[in-house]
Design a protein around this ligand. Sequence first.
Ligand SMILES: Nc1ncnc2c1ncn2[C@@H]1O[C@H](COP(=O)(O)OP(=O)(O)OP(=O)(O)O)[C@@H](O)[C@H]1O
Ligand code: SF4
Ligand SMILES: [Mg+2]
Length: 322
Amino acid sequence: MMLDVQNLVHRFPGGVNAVNDVSFSIAAGETLGLVGESGSGKSTIGLLVTRLLAPTGGTILFEGEDITRLPPAALRKLRARLQIVFQDPWGSLNPRMTIGRLLEEPLALHTTLDSAARIAEARRLADRVRLPAASLSRYPHELSGGQLQRVSIARAIANRPKLVVLDEPTSSLDLSVRAGILQLLDELQRETGIAMLFISHDLETVRLVSHRVIVLYLGRIVEQAPAATLFDNPAHPYTQVLLSAHLPPDPAMRLRRHEVTGEIPSPINLPPGCFFAGRCPVALPACTAAPPPAIALEAGHSAACLRIADGTNIIDPVEERA
Ligand SMILES: Nc1ncnc2c1ncn2[C@@H]1O[C@H](COP(=O)(O)OP(=O)(O)OP(=O)(O)O)[C@@H](O)[C@H]1O
Ligand code: SF4
Ligand SMILES: [Mg+2]
């Protein structure tokens, strides 16, 4: 496994339990999608995995090496192989550096290439992400959002990393440029076998790019499955609710959304049982007693719900013919 995360926990100062006992792995060449509503802990997991944040508990193995606690020098070296791309390219690129310098920077940090070789490599990188050569002498404010995200991706792949975390990489971009960025990521993965953790609240995008998908609710994994299985056969009641809220309009169907009421628990004071129990339409008394264990449904598909044991986990038909 490229990445193996076991029992990851993160509690922010102030008592926010952002990540609660999360375990997953990513293979080389694989894209794992991470979905969940705002505040479910997606970005925190991205920061922990890239060790921009130190976890409160659990272990992170990267290429078999325990990177859970590393001294700063070892962390800096790790960054060549383990990269992150953020949502906002405007905020993550130094506005006073030319695109050429921005592309040379990771090479200066992690290689022994001399200046001429770095310039040549920066050109190659720009070409690889389909940035016009003329953009190398430009500044970030002179580029479009889509072009800037290409710069961020080029910087992330400059040192041929094994894993890239993409935290909402297309969410700040116009719909018309998103497809081009997703296409580029797909090409890069096919060429280099890079593993990707793709974070997004946009379910359609996640379905498109991911091999497997994890659904988070309040920092806990409620379900994980191959992408097609998750979207066609969601097992956890929360996943069913989440997907039904994003049903595409279809005039031939009388779509039924699962409406849920009830309070979302505070991450500072989480309940002892299933975090979804207060809103779940099919909750049982036992659901509030202890965290439900993950139940395997089929190969690679599991969900943490007490209703799965006897097959009563499906809320009700999502759609009906009109
Ligand atoms: N630096 C911080 N200090 C304290 N709490 C934080 C900090 N960063 C995030 N949190 C809290 O941790 C929880 C998880 O936040 P996180 O940003 O990981 O969620 P997310 O799933 O990425 O949300 P979004 O979809 O809005 O990006 C939230 O309750 C958030 O308020
Ligand atoms: S464990 Fe209980 S409360 Fe949680 S999703 Fe399943 S049925 Fe609903
Ligand atoms: Mg986030």
